[in-house]
Design a binder for this molecule. Sequence first.
Ligand code: FVT
Ligand code: MG
Length: 379
Amino acid sequence: FSAVAPNAAKTAPSVDPVDKSMTSLPKETNAFDPTAGENAALQRNNKNEVWLPQRARPRRNRKSPAMRGMVRENIVTPSNFIYPLFIHDEDFNQPIPSMPGCERHSLDSMLREVGESYALGVKTFVLFPKVPDELKTNMGVEAYNPEGIVPRAIRMIKAAYPDTIVCTDVALDPYSDQGHDGVVEDGKILNDVTIHQLCKQAVCQARAGADVVAPSDMMDGRVKAIRDALDAEGFTDVSILSYTAKYASAYYGPFRDALDSHPGFGDKKTYQQDPANGREALIEAALDAAEGADMLMVKPGMPYLDVIRRLKDYSPLPIAAYHVSGEYAMIKAACEKGWLNEKDVVLETLMCFKRAGADIILTYYAKQAAQWMKDDGLY
Ligand SMILES: NCC(=O)CCC(=O)O
Ligand SMILES: [Mg+2]
């Protein structure tokens, strides 16, 4: 701001009459003693107000709701949201204690939730299945059962709401008896064998009508392999939303409660990124873009806003942020205690994702936030 004079008092144009004595100041401003050294720059303007001569006053752009609206740099709309839905093959809904307000939906309830969200402007969904233990295997073969719960759910949604965007999770963890995102051998998560399975899973989802497949496994090279597999089956229009920078995070705990998918042994640090590394996300982004990803995701969200910004500056592809289960649970817990205002803190959080560079926000608050925005007359 070269326009700001460092010592405005010396360079300010003279305004008269200026009563240097300030004897007639309003009561509240009597604390400003114009004769005291620290207030030497204070003057009075020709309306008899205390005046610190200065030209740049950023507060002018904040002086009214209309002014703030005019200069606002970012907006969030329900069309930016992807709403994750947990589903299971039961005829009842199962609340998830660590995610108050979320539940494992029956397919009928899922369809109602989709319809209600759609009416509020949320048109994109991602499905996460809770799979019964007896269907879990090391190879995760249930992941590409065309009669499995995810393909059935996709067909239901697309039949009832053809204009929705249905995204699917491509990863083995919900189907793995090891609780890992890949096939396990001798305690190791096999990269290339896993990719073979992921390709079958992605094609199965595309056949059921998925609009976007979202590989969340962090195996190397899977985006190219999935792109090739989809294309070979004629699904050139099915998009890939890659979990590009997915960190080995403790914030996924409640999600694993929701799917009953905690790792059976060890952790996911040999495939998910080290939370200490930001620059490394650029390697993943370069590879995913070169391999044919249509959109890049950072996960988790709030603690990784710097990574969102790095990817945004690095790649012209749309950037998605996943506001994950642990972040949701933290807000819920504090709000249940009355320590935070839920609506204000959620809408601020979602805006912060936008400001950091996210075009797309995956959030369990999608429907609620859209409702709040509607109540406020925003959209
Ligand atoms: N693929 C999805 C996850 O791994 C976890 C998301 C969350 O914690 O909300
Ligand atoms: Mg990768």
